[in-house]
Design a protein around this ligand. Sequence first.
Ligand SMILES: [Zn+2]
Length: 355
Amino acid sequence: MTLLLISMILSSMTLGYNNKSYEIEHKNIDKFVYYNLNDIKKVVGFEIVGEPATDRFIIKYDGKRIVLIPDNQWAVFDSNIVNFPIPPKFKKDKLWIPLPFLEELFLHFLKLRIHKKGEKFVTNEAIHTIRKIVIDPGHGGKDPGAVGPTKLYEKTIALKISKLVAELLEKELGITCLLTRDTDVFIPLRKRALIANKSKADLFLSIHCNAHKSREKHGTEVYFLSPAKTTWARAVEARENASIKWEEKEQTGDVESILWDLAQTEFLKESNDLSGKLVNSLSGAIKTKNRGVKQANFYVLRGVYMPACLLEIEFISNRKGEKNLRNKKYQQKVAQGILQGVREFKEWYEKNLNY
Ligand SMILES: [Zn+2]
């Protein structure tokens, strides 16, 4: 990623972003330095809409917005009111913003921090952002996963829903999505984690359907990694971990195993929170029982070095569940439910961990 350099020159300022240089006009207004918002617009690529009736200006970028009123010290960043020591100005048909506003705008729109260093401003990326998600369709190839009463395979539904989720996340939140498999192919559990780690993704979602010998069982469960706590969680864990029986034997040293087991501990809080938001939004979207967040020791999550969870969308062993899972409209609802959970988590994560 490009480091951003902003250097002050006597009459104009140069702002380097994504290997390009931009000239930013600045001037003194009431003894303070202000920057031309139209020049910043060329860098970031946002839209400015004026509302003459209310004196408001709305700046829009990538689904986010900032509302400001010239000569007012407060501005609204999405739903948060931010106060500035000096207000934006509107002069000679141009909007001018002071440095604190500029800093906040970059952080809000691009997740970039600006630091003053002598005559230059150096910025680097905020660490906690959700830009890339690995979606892991459970099972595949020789491993069918659970099988419904009329022989619907878990692997088939997991792949269909994963593709819908990826499409929605890219369209609605601008998140890049990577699938661990996009065809009906067998991928060992550890390889799925490796794909996620190599891609330096920010989240990992493993998509599954639940099963039980009692056809009555129904509802959504979302798991994050931890030694299995309940008999129920242990049973689901055993079923999902059974995928390993399809794998060729592989050699792994002790040291690697230890590192592997520690990978998730750093993200327990985030993974727990992500699971909570997903189980609520998903069970709400498909109007099924919310069976809550559970903890289990899933092999597929063990080596993942990022917040991660495993979703059991609905019971494929339940006749109605299987019929629903086969239905395209229902699959869309599932994807919408997952989108909503990710959206809530993203907002929480970026707001709480970046300040
Ligand atoms: Zn599964």
